[in-house]
Design a protein around this ligand. Structure first.
Ligand SMILES: Cc1cc2nc3c(=O)[nH]c(=O)nc-3n(C[C@H](O)[C@H](O)[C@H](O)COP(=O)(O)OP(=O)(O)OC[C@H]3O[C@@H](n4cnc5c(N)ncnc54)[C@H](O)[C@@H]3O)c2cc1C
Length: 509
């Protein structure tokens, strides 16, 4: 049975691997010349600018996500870095009791616990509760892999799953807790300010803070040396080794439909490819409203389109720099307040700068030098898309001026880097859109925000359309690489069921 897949991002590649493992004959059609989609890096003047991964769930052995990655990759061959400190946040208005204005988010939970208690013994109760919630999370392997099992084994698993009631209890208890509501419980003004600033001043559900921390502590959310494109290429190699085919530089223009059934793809040069099943692993909005002309929707999807149910995740302005200095004493990831507010050309106001120094990955820069990234998340992605489309000279001018401004700020921050600057680069939401088609330049699909129990936005199928499936980071608010592989795996199960095949993760020899 033949399956055509749209998109060689991580969702398309992982789905492709699982489909090949299950005996389907698949081909991927990708508009770009390389694999990875958003999971990418690019090279300039001997430096590598990474556009994605800070951490991947499943980098340890034993966790559910590791089991999934291991089904399609040799994870043991990938070197992961586990940082001692996730981020150093400089606060503006307060100091800790030792006179420092830097909050360190340690990744080891015992160390974090000790650090927080040292800074504010009078906040013992909320601090203990916070750490306890993470320790409880660590007892559970999430998400549990729920493949079909023979009857007796499935009964045993059902009994074991009742343990997850404890997790459910904590989940429900914390469902309305945010970094802001948690901060309000704290007596220490320094800790209060620090927790409010953890997500660049945004209010997010506390689980957005605690879930990753519970994984960092177990060293199951590491950074892969070599960066994002190298990681994506490894998945691409697995897919090709399993017999898959990729057509690069082949944008899909339409999904061909006859009556109520998807039949094939119309691609570049109006070439038609017919297959038994179509799987779109590309942008949700583009798939539904362009490739299928909005003919297969329902009220829920129209409300999503009109942004009545969920917000689209931030887009990004991403500046890369190459500096002839090791910067080995700089924190790898920090955020610090600016003397004056910085207004992004799209109008978004920032009072802090986020700096990422890749001094822990020697592959990113020539020997003795460092790659540095400064990023700004923005909800105004469309401003950049419009400017690039309607006034290219102005778009270039705005980029140049903004880059100069950031070089000035970095020069102050990193102690005179202007003379050592060997490379600069600026990507905008228009770049994200141009290379990946993500709606409004979104970097992770839908925004989870405060409501982690938001309805699942997009299913694997579309109303009224047969032989068509959809899987990508748009299936689950928050997106990310683990969601890409999980949806790729889950959609394969659904396709197997429709084809009356038993889902398997073992290669068919
Ligand atoms: C700055 C940044 C940092 C991030 N950090 C992390 C992190 O630390 N950890 C983490 O887990 N995740 C992170 N993410 C999120 C993660 O990269 C994405 O959620 C994930 O890569 C999405 O994969 P996808 O395959 O679903 O979508 P995409 O990557 O968007 O892939 C879709 C693919 O479809 C192709 N396509 C689109 N339209 C067509 C068409 N018409 N014809 C042919 N091909 C088409 C695109 O070119 C693309 O290759 C980050 C993202 C960004 C941008």
């Amino acid at each position: 049975m033949k399956v055509s897949i749209i998109g060689a991002g991580m969702s398309g590649l992982t789905a492709g691997c699982y489909l090949q493992l299950n005996g389907f004959e698949t081909e991927i059609f990708e508009k770009h010349a390389i694999p990875g989609g958003l999971c990418t890096s690019w090279h300039k003047n001997g430096y590598t600018i990474d556009g994605c991964i800070h951490w991947i769930l499943g980098s340890d052995t034993g966790s559910s996500f590791n089991k999934m990655w291991t089904e399609i990759l040799d994870m043991k061959k990938i070197e992961f870095v586990n940082h001692d400190i996730r981020i150093e946040v400089e606060v503006k208005n307060t100091k800790d009791r030792h006179g420092s204005n830097v909050f360190k988010l340690y990744t080891n939970l015992d160390r974090l616990h000790g650090y927080l208690l040292d800074l504010s013994p009078e906040d013992k109760k909320p601090i203990d509760e916070l750490i306890k919630s993470m320790r409880i999370m660590q007892k559970f392997d999430l998400p549990p892999v729920m493949d079909e099992l023979p009857f007796v084994q499935s009964m045993i698993r059902g009994i074991k799953m009742t343990r997850y009631l404890e997790f459910l209890y904590w989940f429900l208890k914390l469902k309305n807790e945010t970094n802001y509501t948690f901060a309000k419980k704290l007596k220490s003004p320094f800790l209060r300010e620090s927790f409010e600033l953890l997500y660049d001043g945004n209010e997010v559900n506390i689980l957005v803070v605690t879930m990753p921390l519970s994984c960092f502590d177990k060293k199951s959310a590491g950074y892969p040396i070599g960066g994002s494109l190298e990681f994506a290429k490894k998945v691409e190699q697995s897919y090709l080794a399993l017999g898959g085919k990729i057509h690069y530089k082949t944008p899909v223009k339409k999904i061909l439909v006859e009556g109520d059934t998807a039949k094939g793809l119309l691609v570049r040069n109006d070439v038609k490819h017919y297959s038994d099943v179509i799987l779109s692993a590309s942008d949700w909005h583009f798939t539904v409203f362009d490739l299928l002309d909005g003919k297969f929707t329902n009220k829920h999807m129209l409300e999503l389109r009109d942004l009545k149910k969920l917000e689209v995740f931030y887009s990004i302005v991403h500046l890369g720099f190459g500096i002839a200095d090791e910067l080995k004493d700089q924190p790898h990831f920090s955020r610090y307040p600016l003397k004056e507010d910085l207004i992004l050309p799209d109008g978004t106001k920032y009072d802090r700068l986020e700096v990422h120094v890749y001094n822990y990955d020697k592959t990113m820069a020539p020997a003795g030098k460092s790659a540095v990234v400064v990023s700004f998340y923005t909800k105004n992605g469309e401003w950049w898309l419009d400017l690039r489309k309607n006034n290219r000279p102005e778009y270039r001018k705005v980029k140049k001026e903004f880059t100069e401004k950031i070089i000035g700020l970095l020069d102050e921050r990193l102690g005179g880097i202007k003379d050592k600057l060997e490379m600069s680069d600026m990507a905008t939401p228009a770049t994200v859109y141009r290379y990946t088609n993500n709606w409004k330049g979104s970097t992770q699909g839908w925004l989870p925000g405060k409501n982690l129990l938001a309805p699942s936005p997009v299913g694997f199928t579309l109303p009224g359309l047969k032989n068509f499936y959809f899987s990508s980071h748009w299936n689950q608010p928050g997106g990310g690489l683990p969601i890409a592989i999980k949806t790729g795996r889950d959609v394969t199960k659904v396709i197997c069921k429709a084809a009356k095949k038993k889902f398997s993760t073992q290669p068919k020899v």
